[in-house]
Structures are given as structure tokens and as C-alpha cells.
Design a binder for this molecule. Sequence first.
Ligand SMILES: [Zn+2]
Length: 376
Amino acid sequence: MYQKKVKESNKNNIFKYIFEKRKSFVINDIAENLNITFPTVKKIINSFLKQNIIFERQKVGFGVGRKAMEYELNEEFCYSIGILASSTKLKFILTNAIGKILKQQIYELKSNNCKAEILNSTKDFLNTISPEVRKKLIGIGISVPGIVSEEGNFIEFSSKEKIVLSFIEELKNLFHIPVLIENESNLAAIAEAFLTRNSIYSTFTILTINEYVGISNFHQDSLNNTLFFKAGRLHHMVIESNGKLCECGTHGCWGTYVSDKVLLNDFQKYFPSIKTYNEIFDLKYHETNIGASLIDNYLEHLAIGIKNILFFSNPEKLIISGNISIYKEYIADKLIEKIYKNHIFYRGKETIVFSSLNENGSIIGAAMFPILDKII
Ligand SMILES: [Zn+2]
């Protein structure tokens, strides 16, 4: 679980206001909205100007007299690196301060030595970044499918692979830059909470469907200025007692029915020409009778797990993130129909939404993590 006491200072509150507003704000707006005196806001704005966090220009308008100055967030005031680890590859992105992807690279894993693979590919990726951008790098965020445990002192890459947490210290010392590591569902929650329309919810649950299936409950408490999130390994929630064998040794784990790899393997049995997950949603495959029945079977199992989540915690919003959210137009109605058929839930169909960040939620969250950790 990650818990953070949000720094309660005028400077921090003004930064948060600017980060959300982004464009065309004047000092009076901030003073009124945050109930801070004009001179205090002015002083902080001046310090942000000095640090190049914001730009200043004269407000365009009619009429005579002195025009107020208006301000805009400098989206390039810092940069960050996000790394998404899976069992076959490491994906790297470079983002600006608002999570916009400026550069990306994929490194296929050549060995099962996670530490060496991360070290070498990070070195290589850093070498592709210009010195001007490197100077403004705020940190590196790494997303892993498993749990990051402070108590247990381990990072879980999969149910079979763990490395010691002190590896992060090694990376920090080697690259002289803050390095943070978190579970992919928690990071997808960060991206939703700070970069999408879902930021209006103080609590929500996010379901990430990738190679592994995971969940995170995000909670923001504005009264106590804290935020926390906690990930769960729903991949191994059993939905069929004599079901398919999972890598964890148990039969019938949810992940063996709904992970990306499973859907791809199911399609490849009937359509061997399919090479990648995205090809499944090519009309010539998923709209055939076999394709439609494979999708229907997939959604049936997805619905079972989602119903369990709704019964367990009755979330205000359940956001579905991962590759499947790219194809929401094909599956959303059918999935929601299966979940809410003769339902007894307290909330309705509006609970289920798909992430607007599609497959990039976790990796963008990874890049945003050092920015939020340092600034907010
Ligand atoms: Zn399992």
C-alpha cells in the first residue's frame, strides 16, 4: 500500500490548481479559489516563473487601462521516464510534466535476469535522450505486474520471480536520479486520478487487464490531505474450482480466462495468422461466428470476476484499463449486459467505465509517479 500525506502548503495548493487548470489563469482566480491573499499568490507565482514552471503573458482583452497578467503551465518544465515491465519485454517512455508521451522504446528481454535487463536497457534509453532533456529529468517510475512489498522487502515480477527491494537503491545511485517502483494497477490509478476526467472521484477501483489481471483501490481524502492506494492480485481469484491450471499451481484462477495472453491464444487456435493482440479486433476475425463466440466466452468470464468485485466493495466507479479498453466500442455493451443481467447491486451500469488512457494507463502512471511524489 502506498500512502501519502499531501503537503499542505500554499505553494503546493497553488501548484495543484495550476496543474489542473493548465491555461489562462490570473492571480485573482487563484487567490479567490484557494482563499489565499493576493500578495502571497503573487510571491509564489514569481517563484514558479523563476523556476520556469509557468509562463507569463499579458491578458488579451478590450478596454483601456493596464491589462492583468495571465499564466500558463509550462508543460515542459520537467520530464520523466516510465518503464513497464512484463515477462517478455520492457517498455520505456519519456513524458513531459503532464504525461504526454514524447518518445518510446521497447526492449525484448534476452534473459531472465530482471536486474541486469532493467539496468542495461535504462542505460541505453537514457543515452537516447538529449542533454537538455536529461537536465530536467525528475525521475524514473517502474511499473511491475506484481506487488511491491516494503515489509517483505521484495519486488514481485510474477508469481515465480522476486527481487530484493534494495535494487531500487542501486538504480538511484547508478543514475543519480530518483527511482520509484510500484504495482501496475496502482500506477494506472495514479494516471486516472491526476490526468483524466476520473480525477473528480475521491475513491475508485481500477481493474488492469494485461499479461496479469490486477486491481487497485484509490482513495483521496481531502479533509486529511492524504491519498492512498492498495493493489490486489485478482489474477489468482478462483472462479472455477476445476478450471484451467494457473502458473501459481491452482486451477480456475480468473487470470487464466481473462488475461490478454489467453484471449490471444484462444484466437490463434482458430486463426493461426493472428500474431498480435490487436489483430483480434480486425473485423475479419472477431466478427466471424467463431470470433464472436470466443469474445462472448471471454466476456462471460470477465463479467463473473467483475461481479465479484462489485459484491466485495461496491465501488463508486470501476475503471477498466489495459489493451481491452482500446476496443470498448466492441465489447462495452455486451460486457455490461452480462454484469447487470437480473442484478442486485446497489449501483447501476454507470459504475463501469473504460480508461481513456487505454493500454498506457500503467506506464503513464509510472512516469507521473516521480513528478507527483516530488511535487504534491
Ligand atoms: Zn493463479
